[in-house]
Design a binder for this molecule. Structure first.
Ligand SMILES: *Cc1c(COP(=O)(O)O)cnc(C)c1O
Length: 375
């Protein structure tokens, strides 16, 4: 059996080696390493794929979030509603900009922020909502957009884990995640569903004027060369990464379908195990399974992870400490919050290997050992 990894980038690379090597060599030959044609080509292709006009590539997903918050002129002390049950980048950039993250609980079956939680968290200081499409499916964007409209709030989607996922609204319209709010942010970290061979990220919006501002901020606040109208930063996607991403974007639906098939196999195999709750796909959502995450019921999670390791099956806890319990927020003197579902999930979730290359033999091996430990 091929060794099992959380993500098998090597096997995926070997299948597209000729294409990718050719694209990288092409960048080497043109030597336009920064803002080369590969970058503009990739932006165009990503815009078509997501059906959104404005795509601003940047250096990573964390920068994408920070630049989005800067572009919306969020000011120190402004409150931003966001989940605590997410990767640290979502809320870290808020701390960096001295915004006040207001942590809201998540739904115990979808792992995403709930509309009721958001409503309760709104105060006169609330300026924005940052939903996270955790593990690969949309947060309840219809309800979130309704709330945002009602209270005049910005919505920045953290789409780092859900590129390619979609949501169908009650009017029958289907949109890709990341294209629904004012701004969508994504990451091309190698292990993401659309991953480069290094760091990368992108910001998307429908609003052309906002896109211009985002472009300026990502480029030292420059309006024209050496004229700096805004405080910005330096955040670029390099041409080699764009060339790789251009190739991989062409395979994204196929990769997501393979993840979905593996997830289906897992779910069928675990659904009758009373110690396991398998992932729920919310009505109207498609799920791209960035992670395949189980909730364990009265089971020894550490014991399972250790046991699986002895069988050469990796398993991970995403995430062992929710944002509201991280020491880094101490300086913001945030009020204590009670997030019972977040705390409950933090103690019970475990993620199994999921990627486009998992084969039948590997899946059977993983399933066998998970079910035999959780008897
Ligand atoms: C990966 C990730 C990010 C950050 O992306 P980087 O490219 O690593 O900076 C932000 N939010 C979420 C939810 C992520 O999973």
């Amino acid at each position: 059996m091929v060794p099992i990894q959380m993500v098998d980038l090597k096997r995926q690379y070997l299948k597209i080696k000729n294409e990718v090597d050719g694209a990288i060599l092409n960048v080497l030959e043109t030597t336009s390493f920064i803002n080369g044609k590969a970058v503009s080509d990739f932006s165009t292709h990503l815009g078509k794929y997501l059906a959104i006009e404005q795509v601003i590539p940047c250096a990573n997903g964390t920068d994408a979030l920070q630049i989005a918050m800067m572009a919306l002129d969020l000011q120190p002390g402004d409150e931003v509603i966001t989940p605590s049950f997410t990767y640290i980048a979502t809320t870290e950039v808020m701390a960096l900009l001295r915004l006040k993250p207001v942590f809201v609980d998540v739904d115990a079956s979808t792992f995403c922020m709930t509309a009721e939680g958001i409503r309760k968290a709104i105060t006169p200081k609330t300026k924005a909502i940052v939903p996270v499409h955790l593990y690969g499916q949309s947060a309840p964007m219809e309800a979130i957009m309704d709330i945002a409209k009602e209270f005049g709030l910005f919505v920045i989607e953290d789409n780092a884990q859900a590129i390619g996922a979609s949501i169908t609204f009650s009017n029958g319209k289907t949109s890709k995640t990341g294209t629904i709010g004012d701004i969508g942010c994504t990451s091309f970290f190698p292990s993401k569903n659309l991953g480069g061979y290094g760091d990368g990220g992108a910001i998307v919006t429908k609003d052309a004027a906002l896109a211009d501002k985002i472009r300026m901020i990502a480029n030292h606040g420059q309006s024209k060369r050496y004229y700096h109208d805004l405080v910005g930063c330096n955040s670029r996607l390099d041409s080699i990464q764009a060339a790789v991403l251009n190739i991989k974007l062409g395979h994204l639906d196929e990769y997501n379908a393979a993840r979905g098939a593996a997830a289906k196999t897992y779910t069928e195999a675990f659904s009758s195990n009373p110690k396991i709750t398998t992932p729920t796909i919310a009505a109207g959502n498609t799920h791209v399974f960035h992670q395949y995450t189980l909730i364990l019921n009265d089971a020894d999670r550490n014991g399972l992870v250790e046991y699986l390791a002895t069988k050469d099956v990796p398993a991970m806890i995403y995430y062992p400490v929710p944002a509201h319990r991280q020491k880094m927020f101490g300086f913001l003197n945030l009020p204590d919050v009670d997030l019972p579902v977040t705390d409950w999930l933090t103690e019970r979730v475990v993620s199994l290997p999921i990627h486009s290359e998992l084969d039948k033999e590997q899946l059977e091996h993983i399933i066998h050992h998970v079910n035999s430990y959780l008897k």
